[in-house]
Structures are given as C-alpha cells and as structure tokens.
Ligand binder design. Structure first.
Ligand SMILES: [Zn+2]
Length: 322
C-alpha cells in the first residue's frame, strides 16, 4: 500500500498532472479572529484560511472550515460532464454537509477520535441526501478530508485521499500524503496506454468514459483508494496521528491543503514544503492561491494532465508557545 507518512527535508514532492490557462482571482482570505485556546493551558492556535474556485467557475467544490478546535479542508470530486451520479445534490452540496456534520459530530462527542467523528459525519450525510438518491451508485458524491484538532496539549490529525498535511514539528517539516488515489491513477494510465490509440473523437469519448468507470470501481475498495462518500468505513482507512504541542518536538505550524494548492510544490516546484509554510506565514493563504494561479498561467510545461485548473484551499494553523 503506497500510503504513508514521510519526512521531506528537501521538499521534493510528487510530480504531477497538467493544468492549462487560468487567471488570478481574488481569494477569500479570512483571519479566523482571535485564537482558539482549546485546553486549559495549551498554546493558542491561530488559524488563517483561503479557498477559491477554479478561475472562471462560480462554484467552489473545496471547503475550508474551523469549528473551535477543529479545522479542516475538503475537496469534492468534480463529476465529469455527462456522467451520472445517482444524486440530485452534487459535490458542493456534499462538502458543505460533510463539513457541517463533522462540526456537529466533534461538538457532540469532543473526546471521540477524528476517525469516529468522520465515520459519524459520513453516516449523517447519508441521511441528509433524503432518500431520493442512489447512494450505492459508483459516482455518488465524494470528498477528500484533511483534519486537525487541537486539544491543548497535543494535536490530532487525519488525512484521507489527496489533500496533504504539512507539519512543522520543532523546526523539521513532515508531510502527510495519502497517495493511494495517485497510485490507482498511475495504474489505470498504464492500462490505458496498452490500448490502441483512439481513431476519432467518438473513440476518445468512449475511452474516457471507460477510464472514469474504472476509477469509480476502485473507490473505497481494498487495493483501490479511500475517500469520504457514502460509506462510513472509509474513515477507518484514513491516515491519522498525534503530535505534541509542547517541548522541543512540539508542533509549531501546520498547513492543510487541497491538491489545487499543494500543486505549488508538487507540480510547479515553486518552493519546497518549508518554503510553502514560510509563504503562508508571512503573506497568508491567499498569497499561495495567487502564486498557483500565476503558475498555471506562466508555467504550462508543468500543467496537470487531467485538469486545466482547480479549486484551491489552504489553512494555516500557528501555535504560540504555551
Ligand atoms: Zn444526493
């Protein structure tokens, strides 16, 4: 299984997928007001976030949120045009409801693990669909999940699918990447490469349809990839961990990113992970989104293969010394 927690001292991430075109748009950057002191005497957590839809798109299928000590980013899977999902709501609805249900689950059971809260939230969103959607449909709305929760003395985190977490732990930068989706896609691309070249546009469309069908077959399956959708079991396949907030190995900063923002490092190589944390700290999350939009315009050689541009979200959590 290719999922893992890795230290990236040189900041070199995965190499990636193309993007084309795009223009800078103003990111909705918000300082989340005064810090949250979750525990009685723990360090104050200060949170800043930005989330912006892809240029030219009105709907943002990403979502960044904070409910007290719980912060997160979600990245709803875009449905390719013309594909059925069995759901009358869609990805933006799904991420809004999943975020709200995560907040409720964490409020109702503050001592529960993040895995347990995520499972409860997925289950609650099943009910939110209202009974008219086919939740067994392979195209049912889905989302990545990246969560961090401060309990005063330590921080719990959870990463599910392609939304990485960057941790500055006592001056060392660790990156948590769940690359099971990427591994599945590499596998599918290898299979696709063995097929004959499409003869015309009809063949191309047919081939794309089959590729999407194959990807859907791997969602939330052993030896496939795991993502928040309609199956609460996915929560139990998330990467999780806990880091202390005190002492020399204590957490100083954390960045929660959707792949539309992490591509600054992973695709465009604008800076390493430590440089990304420094940019977030000095200029704020909106500046990171602006840098990505500029790179999408100016560095077409680094464009991702399957998306011209993407929704982008970043949350920075900073911890003052106790
Ligand atoms: Zn629905």
């Amino acid at each position: 299984m290719a999922a893992g927690h890795r230290s990236v001292p040189d900041g070199q991430g995965r190499v990636g997928r193309p993007v084309a075109g795009g223009r800078t748009i103003a990111a909705a950057e918000a300082a989340a007001g005064p810090g949250t002191r979750a525990g009685s005497a723990g360090p104050i957590m200060r949170v800043r976030s930005a989330s912006a839809p892809a240029p030219g798109r009105a709907v943002n299928e990403d979502l960044a949120f904070q409910f007290g000590p719980l912060v997160g980013v979600l990245d709803g899977a875009t449905v390719p045009e013309g594909f059925d999902t069995g759901c009358r709501h869609g990805p933006a609805w799904y991420v809004r409801h999943l975020a709200a249900r995560l907040g409720l689950a964490a409020a109702a059971r503050p001592a529960a693990t993040l895995v347990s809260s995520l499972a409860a939230a997925i289950l609650a969103v099943r009910a939110d669909h209202g009974g008219e959607c086919d939740l067994d449909h392979p195209g049912t709305p889905s989302s990545t999940v990246c969560l961090l929760r401060s309990s005063g003395d330590e921080v719990d985190w959870l990463v599910l699918c392609d939304s990485p977490l960057v941790l500055d732990v006592g001056g060392r930068v660790d990156v948590v990447v769940d690359d099971r989706l990427e591994t599945a896609m590499v596998d599918l691309r290898r299979m696709a490469a063995t097929l004959p070249e499409p003869a015309d546009d009809g063949d191309r469309v047919d081939r794309f349809r089959r590729a999407v069908g194959l990807q859907r077959e791997r969602m939330n399956r052993t030896h496939g990839y795991w993502v928040a959708a309609a199956d609460p079991d996915a929560a139990y396949h998330a990467l999780t961990g806990t880091v202390p907030l005190r002492g020399p190995g204590g957490l100083r900063r954390a960045a929660l990113l959707t792949d539309g923002a992490s591509c600054a490092v992973e695709q465009f190589g604008l800076f390493d992970w430590a440089g990304l944390l420094d940019l977030l700290t000095t200029e704020g999350p909106g500046a990171l989104v602006d840098r990505v939009r500029a790179a999408e315009r100016d560095r077409p050689d680094r464009l991702r293969r399957h998306k011209p541009t993407d929704d982008a979200s970043a949350v920075l959590c900073e911890f003052d010394p106790a």
